[in-house]
Design a protein around this ligand. Structure first.
Ligand code: CA
Ligand code: ZN
Length: 302
């Protein structure tokens, strides 16, 4: 039987110590109800953004305790499905987003989804549902992280490749891992330039796995063709440096070659992609093609 975690059980901070609301075991499939990043407080374009409760932004459903997970393990989450509701919201906010200085007034757009397409000004955009916030309890030395920020524990990574069919991996830093997620987007472009995606409640189905003693420094996501190291920093330069460093390290370790040759592989085949530039820290992913190293090689070399 698939366990369900309801959307009223939420956290607003990923903390080293948190009380779990559900317990599952590796191999289990779990269904998680997620709220939109405004906790569904925005229902109309006429609403005044300043009047919503800002203490209820970015709720993440959980935490979920994974039996047997210990610090130093690698948590594996196969994203089976992300079912989004039929309507989402986008917000434009002064001084937020990549062009925040050009925003003169707050604007809300409520966008309907019809037959798998988000319709705006009559133009149909195919939806590509993704999870914005997903993470585990941080290491003691990393301390508490509000759910609006990404870091080594995951969090608000706003990465379009965290989608159905992908497999997401997290370094476990606390007993039970303590997984939580929320902030799904029906569709979003890389960068999330205006500050939000198409923010929408969803039901996410995950299959949970555990790899003992295989923790990486940052989370990574596996798609059909790539292994993407997801790193965050205070600016793009820092995020690029971290994601590229780890990609080169994993290529070097997996292939057993010198650092310079791994660096060459990275230059010839790894794509650096912007995940988002609008959260308290920005996020970049370094996408290693699976023809260079396989996930199995990466994991075995840890
Ligand atoms: Ca987000
Ligand atoms: Zn969002």
């Amino acid at each position: 039987m698939v366990k369900l975690v309801s959307g009223d059980k939420v956290i607003y901070k990923f903390k080293p110590s948190m009380e779990a609301v559900e317990t599952i075991s590796p191999g289990d499939v779990i269904k998680v109800e997620t709220n939109d990043c405004f906790y569904q407080q925005i229902t109309s374009e006429e609403q005044v953004l300043a009047e919503i409760d800002y203490d209820r932004l970015n709720p993440a459903t959980g935490p979920i305790y994974i039996e047997g997970a210990e610090p130093g393990d690698l948590l594996k989450l196969k994203i089976i499905s992300i079912d989004v509701k039929s309507k989402g919201v986008v917000a434009v906010v002064p001084n937020e987003g990549a062009l925040g200085d050009q925003v003169t007034k707050p604007v809300i757009r409520v966008i309907e989804i019809e037959d798998g397409q988000a319709v705006f000004h009559g133009i149909k955009m195919p939806i590509k549902p993704m999870i914005g916030v997903i993470g585990v309890a941080p290491a003691d030395e990393d301390g508490e992280w509000p759910t609006d920020s990404p870091w080594k524990h995951g969090g608000n990574m706003d990465t379009t490749d965290i989608k159905a069919g992908s497999t997401l991996y997290f370094p476990v830093r606390q007993k039970g891992a303590l997984l939580a997620l929320g902030d799904c987007h029906a569709v979003m472009g890389d960068g999330e330039v205006c500050f939000t995606g198409l923010e929408i409640p969803a039901e996410v189905v995950l299959e949970v796995g555990l790899l003992k003693g295989k923790a990486t420094k940052w989370p990574f996501v596996e798609t059909d063709e790539h292994i993407m190291i997801i790193a965050s920093g205070n600016n793009l330069e820092e995020a690029v440096y971290e994601s590229a460093s780890q990609a080169v390290k994993h290529i070097q370790d997996s292939l057993g070659i010198g650092w310079e040759d791994a660096y060459v592989f990275a230059s010839l085949s790894v794509d650096l992609k912007i995940s988002q530039v609008v959260d308290p820290k920005v996020t970049v992913r370094a996408a290693i093609p699976k023809y260079v190293i396989s996930t199995q090689q990466l994991i075995e070399s840890i």
